[in-house]
Write a protein that binds this ligand. Structure first.
Ligand code: SF4
Length: 428
């Protein structure tokens, strides 16, 4: 069940009825394994065991290279040629790897077996493997599985699959006690700031999915109202709703306005008065607006083009146009989930070109024709576009950096003003 936008909200305007260019060509996007880079930092006693190839191991090591200096919480069980040729039993080998890992690392309380392209190709059934291993290691270690394969997932979909695998395991909440849940990985510091705001509003302390520790995962049930902190979690949202929880529709907490509307959705659901809402949000909101002002001169009136990558594109375009006066010319997203994105689309400037999916050559041609001031794209496209004279922003940075909430609004704007500033200096 979903709580609808209130009457009088700006739902009648913006891009709600805009045509969507649907592209089904070649993609230039990371696979869902990438989500492990932020998920392993969040759930502090979890371990992510990728069942994949040397390519998967190299991707993870170069994308999260800094972790080689610490005791890592992810690794790759390499599927060798003899496994691919069916000459050995991959299940037996996987069991041995897990046994060695858990014997050496008693701190692991939650183990994810993460599927990849190679495990899919040899049709290794990781859900059966997780069930088999769970029998052996429960209650000391919970073992779950999800897919991060590039055949099935793009970039941020890995987090959706990971959280979706957790939802059926969440304990049942008391149906008569209303509770608030925030779904989607956000930095601990942002979580703490949000908790203080909810406390000021006199609301129940929110639970977070995922929680910082495996044993503290939130309860869920018909009394649960939940907010998505990230836009790329449709399957997690669907499963939470199947458990009886109610999603609170709202723009995402990016920028001063986005954060206010996101908090307001929860405040309305819990009957917080307008006076109290204003009293609690007024000062942090003013701080956020002031922080944004520092970047307005660099961004106002400048055009921006989003290649589809992280699924954050539409909320970011809304933030940049609504709060900083930028002009989104094309906003591409790998997938467009209307139920989740409608509050954002309602706030996008009318006439913004929207595209879903990717046909990279056609999109590059549109981008060159538009000649935007700034291009947001994946790593693979950024260097060639820079060589052509365009200013670019790596979309992966927007996922790794804490950007949600009032206190991060200025930092978020800075991620877009810096590349423009750098280019201006280079030109000078
Ligand atoms: Fe490459 Fe597939 Fe492994 Fe991702 S899962 S690194 S796309 S082989």
């Amino acid at each position: 069940m979903t709580v609808a936008l209130k009457p009088g909200s700006p739902a009648a305007s913006g891009c709600l009825d805009a045509p969507i260019l649907r592209e089904r060509g070649q993609r230039e996007v990371f696979c869902g394994l990438t989500g492990i880079i932020w998920l392993h930092r969040k759930i502090q006693d979890a371990f992510f065991l990728i069942v994949g190839s040397r390519t998967c191991a190299h991707l993870m090591q170069s994308a999260a290279g800094v972790m080689i200096f610490a005791e890592p919480r992810f690794a790759t069980a390499i599927i060798e040629d003899r496994d691919l040729a069916g000459l050995s039993d991959a299940n037996d080998e996987l069991d041995r790897v897990v046994e060695r890992l858990l014997a050496r690392r008693p701190d692991i309380k939650l183990l994810f077996l993460v599927g990849s392209c190679p495990s899919e190709v040899i049709k290794l059934d990781l859900s059966r493997a997780a069930a088999r291993l769970s029998q052996r290691y429960t209650p000391d270690v919970r073992i779950l599985n999800y897919s991060g394969s590039g055949i099935e997932t793009t970039f941020t979909q890995g987090e959706d699959n990971c959280l979706a695998s957790l939802v059926p395991t969440l304990p049942e909440a008391d149906a008569d006690t209303p509770s608030l849940l925030v779904a989607g990985t956000i930095a601990d510091v942002v979580e703490d700031q949000l908790c203080r705001l909810f406390e000021g509003l006199g609301m129940p302390a929110p639970a977070f999915l995922p929680a910082r520790r495996a044993g503290d995962q939130p309860r869920v049930g018909p009394g649960t109202r939940f907010l998505l902190a990230q836009p790329y979690l449709p399957e997690t949202a669907r499963l939470l709703e199947a458990r009886g929880a109610t999603r609170l529709a709202a723009p995402f907490p990016l920028g001063a306005d986005g954060t206010t509307e996101w908090l307001r959705a929860a405040a309305d659901a819990f009957g917080v008065s307008e006076e109290r809402f204003q009293a609690v949000t007024e000062r942090p909101r003013a701080r956020a607006v002031a922080a944004l002002q520092h970047h307005r001169a660099a961004l106002e009136g400048r055009s921006i083009f989003f290649f589809p990558d992280s699924q954050l594109e539409i909320p970011l375009a809304r933030f940049l146009s609504q709060e900083l006066g930028m002009r989104p010319v094309e906003v591409g997203t790998p997938y467009l989930h209307r139920g989740i994105m409608d509050p954002e689309l309602a706030l996008l400037p009318h006439g913004t070109r929207l595209s879903e999916g990717q046909d990279v050559d056609r999109q590059l041609a549109r981008c060159r024709a538009d000649a935007p001031d700034l291009v947001v794209c994946g790593l693979g496209l950024a260097n060639p576009l820079e060589a052509e004279g365009m200013a670019t922003k790596w979309s992966i940075e927007l996922v790794f950096t804490p950007v949600q909430g009032y206190e991060q609004a200025g930092d978020l704007a800075g991620l877009f003003s810096r590349p423009l500033d750098r280019r201006t200096r280079l030109e000078v």
